[in-house]
Structures are given as structure tokens and as C-alpha cells.
Design a protein around this ligand. Structure first.
Ligand code: SAH
Length: 240
């Protein structure tokens, strides 16, 4: 009996300790095995392909990507490909998220705009690095679901709006960088207008064949660079 009592006390203490360990932790939904998969993802998909910005790698190590995909796909969340997130949309391949983030040259003091909130994952990665993230999603139910998820995960520096990303977010402009995660056929003019001088717009452009492009606003005009071929969902709507 005495032995059983001690056993019971021991188990109770262990349970209490493991619950307390979770309190106050922003990413308390995380599990050890996912942390290992995440580390593996950063090493074998992202660092090896040349992403070297420490803040970007750190953000990818931190954000619990499995929390941004449907429960039945959580085990595949750290694999080297995009995944469906419902509403006919996808969460991008981890490497593409890392690449676009690095190309935007994010800094702690920055205010960044993202077009196409989707699952909220790219917004969360940015929010680990920059001061404020503004993100716009055109599919209302998807946007609301992601806004709730980001709140649950403890992100207080992500501001989300349901709307047409072609118009940007003029009230909060100008931005230090803009990342677009759906592909328009042409570069939306409003987004260039809403960039600060020397800031970057990172955007997939095209229909079937798309190029990931970096547009830099300079005092002499717009500089365009083509980075790699990509495949994003189309940016819907137009500039009106
Ligand atoms: N960044 C997302 C992936 C986005 S998928 C993530 O990390 O999960 C592309 C998203 O862009 C979709 O959710 C789609 O609904 C949205 N989208 C498409 N056209 C848009 C537009 N004109 N304005 C805002 N969002 C748009």
C-alpha cells in the first residue's frame, strides 16, 4: 500500500511537471518528434540549398509548421514539398518559404506586407524576424481560420485583413518589403507604389510558367531580377 501510495505521488508530480513545463511557452503544441523533423528540414532542405541568413534559419527552426496543415497531414508537414490546406490552396514547400523570406532581406525594425495569408505559415516565419507583419487573404473563411491559429500560437505582431491583395494595404504603406505568395500574370502596380525606396517585392509572376522575381524600387526606377521557376496558385481578382 505504502509502495502504491509513493508510486501515485511520483506519477502525480511527473504529470504536474510536464504540464507546468508547457505553461507560457509560445509553441506549447510542439512535440519532440516534430522538433527533430524541423531540424532535419532546415539542415537537409534549406541550408544545403544555400540559405544562410541566420535569422531566417532560426525562424524556420522555431515555427511549428505542422500546426499550419490539416491534422491528417501533420506527419508530412516537414517534407520537401507543398501541401494542401483546404479551399483549393496550398502551403508552399519549406525551401520556397525560406528563399522568399531571405530575398526580402527582413530586419527586426521592418514592417512587411504579405499577400496570400493561406495557412498563415509564411506570416509566422516573417513575424519571428520582423517587427510587424501585415497579411491579406482573399478567401474569407481561410483567412479567419488562420488569424485564429496565429493568435492561439501567440503571435501578436501579425495583422490580418480579408481583401484583395492587388490593392495592397495603403493605410499602412510604405513597407520595408512585400512578399506575394500567389502568382499574378503581371506585377501589381499598387504593390510597387507601397514599397519604401530600396525595398524589395518578392513575387511569382506568370500563368502556367512562373518566375520568382525580386523587384527593387530604386531612385532610378524599378530593377527586376528573375530568381527561379516556381509553381504557385494563381492570384485571383484584379487591380480594381
Ligand atoms: N502564404 C501561404 C500560402 C499561400 S497560397 C502560406 O504560408 O500558407 C496562396 C494564397 O493566396 C491563397 O490562400 C489564396 O486564397 C490567396 N490569394 C489569391 N489571390 C489573392 C488576392 N488577390 N489577394 C489576397 N490573397 C489572395
Amino acid at each position: 500500500m505504502d509502495y502504491f501510495f509513493r508510486y501515485l505521488v511520483g506519477v502525480t508530480i511527473l504529470v504536474v511537471i510536464s504540464f507546468c513545463g508547457c505553461e507560457g511557452n509560445k509553441h506549447h503544441f510542439d512535440k519532440g518528434s516534430y522538433a527533430m523533423k524541423r531540424e532535419d528540414m532546415v539542415k537537409n532542405q534549406i541550408e544545403v540549398r544555400g540559405i544562410s541568413d541566420k535569422t531566417v534559419l532560426e525562424a524556420l527552426r522555431k515555427v511549428p509548421r505542422h500546426m499550419f496543415v490539416p491534422v491528417e497531414s501533420q506527419d508530412y508537414a516537414y517534407n520537401d514539398h507543398p501541401l494542401p490546406i483546404g479551399f483549393d490552396q496550398t502551403i508552399s514547400q519549406p525551401y520556397i518559404v525560406a528563399l522568399m523570406t531571405e530575398l526580402a532581406l527582413p530586419k527586426k525594425s521592418h514592417k512587411v506586407l504579405e499577400i496570400g495569408t493561406g495557412s498563415g505559415y509564411q506570416a509566422a516565419v516573417l513575424a519571428e524576424i520582423v517587427g510587424h507583419v501585415y497579411t491579406i487573404e482573399i478567401v474569407s473563411d481561410l483567412g479567419k481560420r488562420s488569424e485564429k491559429k496565429l493568435k492561439e500560437l501567440g503571435y501578436t505582431n501579425i495583422h490580418m485583413r480579408i481583401g484583395n491583395g492587388y490593392l495592397g494595404w495603403p493605410e499602412e504603406a510604405p513597407f520595408d518589403a512585400i512578399i506575394v505568395t500567389a502568382a499574378p500574370e503581371e506585377i501589381p502596380v499598387a504593390l510597387i507604389d507601397q514599397l519604401k525606396m530600396n525595398a524589395k517585392l518578392v513575387i511569382p509572376v506568370g500563368k502556367v510558367f512562373q518566375d520568382l522575381m525580386v523587384i527593387t524600387k530604386t531612385k532610378d526606377g524599378i530593377k527586376k531580377e528573375s530568381i527561379i521557376p516556381v509553381r504557385f496558385v494563381p492570384m485571383v481578382g484584379d487591380e480594381k
